[in-house]
Design a protein around this ligand. Structure first.
Ligand code: NCD
Length: 366
């Protein structure tokens, strides 16, 4: 096992996953491929429990006792609203003090300190680093660097370049399970129907090549045999070959399309994305006609009943605003689900999940 892999992407996925684990548990959260089906569902149930517990004042107080002895650093040197705020809120839910660096021009990086050294320094003050960075692979390299330090602390990837955004994918799955897999009976607590995504068609729409949320969610959906994925995009913005290979290896049904209008009536969920033109070299994607990757109010009559519209946000014009207040729109719910899912993820990393489950059962499942 190389001690200092220069380029983690050259290692096998199994090896990469092993380097991010401790005692067979996920330690650093960097890649969506780290998550198996059992753990995804465990996190969704935990998120659901945290959400229920937090409803009551006494429950919220209990949650805030869990991680008061730990500190989190949010190192977000790429723009972020939701991911940053939902991690902040998740830390608050668990009583975990947190601090932030969002602008490297206010840190010693302007004096020539390398980013590696900055992360090393942060690891001395904090017990968790949550990171968003424009470069693919940087979060993974930093996780490996932290592994080699005497004081090893976990790192969570809150978005790595065009590559991955694993916690967004987890909240997306949580939203799908809540939307498509909820038991029908009133007042039901955290039980998702078995195999809720089996036989469901999920369309990814828009800039699939540079949308990291799409890439991470496609990996996670490979843990749900029986799901069918449609990739609807202009040919120059289609999903990467690496993702298609992964999907094929997992025998997941999938199709490539270039017009949402042609497939809208087949979808159980539509995952919309904006044009990621900040990655353009010379404004090349601006000439793409995005109307084929836009969901309009007029399409609603062709929606399947209960069809779910999702979007990681921020959006531009790819969703007709008249759909916002229909039951199809789940993008606002996604935002809130992110807070509970990230709290579940952090609770699991610090092994306080069992305490949450015990509390839940003693108060809610009598
Ligand atoms: C996304 C991101 O940053 O990848 N936003 C988010 O985290 N919810 C999507 C985007 O920027 O388009």
């Amino acid at each position: 096992m190389p001690q200092d892999p220069e380029d983690p992407a050259q290692l096998s996925t199994a090896h990469r996953v092993a380097l991010l684990s401790r005692d067979d548990r996920i330690f650093h959260v960097v890649l969506a491929q780290q998550f198996d089906r059992e753990f995804i569902e465990e996190l969704c149930r935990l998120a659901e429990m945290i959400r229920s517990i937090a409803e009551a004042r006494q429950g919220a107080q209990f949650l805030r006792t869990l991680l008061g002895h730990k500190r989190a650093m949010l190192y977000f040197i790429q723009p972020s609203t939701r991911t940053f705020l939902s991690f902040t809120a998740a830390c608050q839910v668990l009583g975990m003090p947190h601090n932030e660096v969002r602008n490297p021009s206010t840190s010693s990086e302007v004096k020539g300190e390398t980013e590696d050294d900055t992360i090393r320094v942060l690891s001395q003050y904090f017990d968790l680093i949550i990171m968003r960075h424009p470069e693919e692979g940087f979060a993974e390299q930093m996780a490996h660097m932290l592994n080699r330090m005497r004081r090893t602390i976990p790192l969570i990837n809150g978005g790595s370049g065009k590559d991955q955004h694993p916690t967004q994918a987890l909240l997306d799955i949580y939203t799908l399970l809540r939307s498509l897999g909820r038991p029908a009976q009133e007042g039901a607590r955290p039980i998702f129907s078995p195999d809720p995504l089996k036989g469901k068609t999920i369309a990814f729409v828009g800039d699939l090549q540079r949308g990291r949320t799409v890439r991470s969610l496609a990996y996670l959906l490979c843990r749900f045999p029986g799901v069918r994925m449609l990739f609807v995009s202009a040919p120059e913005l289609q999903i990467g070959e690496d993702i298609i290979e992964y999907i094929e290896r997992h025998s997941i049904e999938h199709e490539i399309h270039d017009d949402l209008r042609a497939v809208i009536d087949q979808c159980d969920a539509v995952y919309m994305t904006r044009l990621q033109d900040e990655w353009d070299r010379d404004g090349e994607s601006r000439s793409i006609d995005y109307s084929s990757y836009t969901i309009t109010y007029e399409m609603a009559e062709r929606f399947k009943p209960g069809m779910v519209i999702m979007h990681p946000l921020p959006r531009r014009h790819e969703i007709d605003k008249r759909l916002d207040n229909t039951p199809h729109a789940r993008y606002w719910a996604q935002v809130r689900n992110g807070m509970w899912m990230r709290a579940a993820m952090i609770a699991s990393i610090f092994n306080v999940d069992a305490r949450i489950i015990d509390h839940y059962h003693s108060y809610y499942a009598r």
